[in-house]
Design a protein around this ligand. Structure first.
Ligand SMILES: Nc1ncnc2c1ncn2[C@@H]1O[C@H](COP(=O)(O)OP(=O)(O)O)[C@@H](O)[C@H]1O
Ligand SMILES: O=C(O)[C@@H](O)C(=O)COP(=O)(O)O
Length: 416
């Protein structure tokens, strides 16, 4: 009898937040790859799960630069140590970052560690309305700087020019690969990258306004050991990998049933609509942005004791710009939502929807979840995940700006 040789993942992805991790894992799964999603950096000697692509979600988007770099490097080293040949650095499709980083410093460190000198930078995700043209990032028909992202509580994005934004985050040259070159296909992309490389350009911001552009970019960057972008380019890269298509033939396990909760700390425009919609349907509890940590935790526990475990419930701190607390409030609210999650699970809750990347990081860490199986998407970029440890939980980690208005209500119904 011949035994098929075990093949490790061909692509390793390091995502800078937890919803970014679920988004990119969903994209790779849609490319037909068996995809594993891990939260937090794995132990050096833990081998990757058997899969075609492995995603490691970190909470580095707003961490201090040195911490973000060292966590990302540890993942790169883990991937290289286990023979994973290519790395995809996943950041937000709205390029969430500040002048200090963390996109530039993370990408620079990963390039150095991989011993390579050039990469492509493309946050385009056309299915979510994120497109890049002349190096400028658009959200729908608005420049990034005119979109609600200009009011983000942690990473307000006020400059849509990605070459300029990234140039403030790296000491290395940043250049542009214009759409007219991308439209000439993979070979032209490759030739242009080589020419930019000869001129010392390390970070190549690439235009892309549709999936075909991302396909050309994936083809023209297939020689690069490190590629960076959001889920859009990741899917195109995934489609070109050997294993693509396998997942269509795989059965995914059923989701856990049982009582559900929505935990929302995202202040993004889409989430605010979803919270408003769900508030009319579920019993809901609002966390005050100026509450003291102990009082917030005690208040939410008492409310959950009275309401959780029967029908779906929601706990939220999401608020429009004028109604929010300061940056310190964000940290406190994340912890209050993590405490709500722990308490709810103790009360028997088994289905958890979390809105917001930072918030998801706090909740997943609070619950001590290390890895999940990625299953079908409730909305584009928002897959249901099943925890691998006990108790088995169905988790839906939602990126702030993703999902239709009724997502929370539908998500609670879907697994009832
Ligand atoms: N009412 C509020 N006042 C101030 N900060 C808040 C409030 N509600 C949530 N936050 C914080 O804002 C941040 C939102 O980030 P995140 O969870 O990534 O979602 P999104 O990026 O979609 O807004 C979190 O740190 C969260 O705790
Ligand atoms: O790329 C994207 O837009 C998402 O995957 C993402 O990272 C969103 O982050 P949050 O809005 O903080 O959830």
């Amino acid at each position: 009898m011949t035994v098929a040789p075990q093949r490790g993942p061909l692509l390793g992805c390091v995502a800078d937040d937890y919803t970014g991790g679920t988004d990119v894992a969903a994209a790779l799964r849609r490319a037909g790859l068996r995809t594993a999603l891990l939260f937090g950096r794995p132990e050096a000697d833990t081998p990757p799960p058997e899969c075609d692509a492995v995603v490691v979600a970190l909470k580095t988007r707003t961490a201090p630069v040195a911490e973000a770099v060292s966590a990302s490097l540890a993942v790169r080293e883990w991937l290289a140590g286990h023979g994973v040949p290519r790395v995809y650095v996943k950041y937000c499709s709205t390029f969430d970052s500040t002048d200090e980083g963390n996109i530039g410093p993370i990408v620079d460190a990963v390039l150095d560690a991989a011993g390579t000198v050039q990469t492509v930078v493309c946050p385009a995700a056309p299915e979510h309305g994120r497109t890049v043209y002349q190096g400028h990032l658009f959200v729908g028909d608005r420049l990034l700087s005119q979109s609600p992202m200009r009011h983000h509580p942690l990473t307000p994005m006020t400059d849509p020019d990605l070459v300029a934004v990234l140039s403030r985050q790296t000491p290395h040259p940043v250049g542009l690969l214009p759409l007219r070159t991308v439209r000439r296909g993979g070979a032209a992309v490759r030739a242009a990258l080589d020419e930019l490389g000869r001129r010392g350009v390390r970070h190549v911001v690439a235009d892309a306004t549709c999936d075909e552009d991302l396909t050309a970019l994936a083809a023209g960057t297939a020689h690069l050991p490190v590629v960076t972008g959001a889920a859009g380019l990741a899917r195109a890269v995934g489609h070109l990998l050997p294993g693509a298509g396998a997942v269509e033939r795989e059965e995914t396990p059923p989701l856990s049933r049982g009582p559900g909760i929505v935990l929302s700390g995202s202040c993004s425009a889409a989430t605010l609509g979803q919270v408003e919609h769900a508030r009319k349907v579920f019993p809901s509890y609002r966390l005050a942005p100026d509450g003291a940590p102990d009082e917030l935790a005690a208040g939410v526990r008492a409310w959950l004791d009275a309401h959780a475990g029967r029908g779906p419930v929601m706990v939220y701190s999401s608020a429009a710009p004028g109604e929010r607390g300061d940056a310190r409030a964000g940290e406190v609210l994340e912890q209050a939502l993590a405490e709500a999650a722990r308490h709810a699970v103790g009360l028997g809750v088994r289905r958890i929807v979390v809105a917001g990347g930072e918030t998801s990081g706090a909740v997943v860490r609070g619950l001590g979840i290390g890895s999940v199986i990625v299953t079908g998407e409730a909305d584009r970029g928002v897959p249901w995940c099943l925890t691998t440890g006990e108790p088995r939980l169905a988790l839906l980690l939602k990126s702030g700006n993703f999902g239709r208005d009724d997502l929370f209500v539908r998500a609670m119904e879907e697994t009832e």
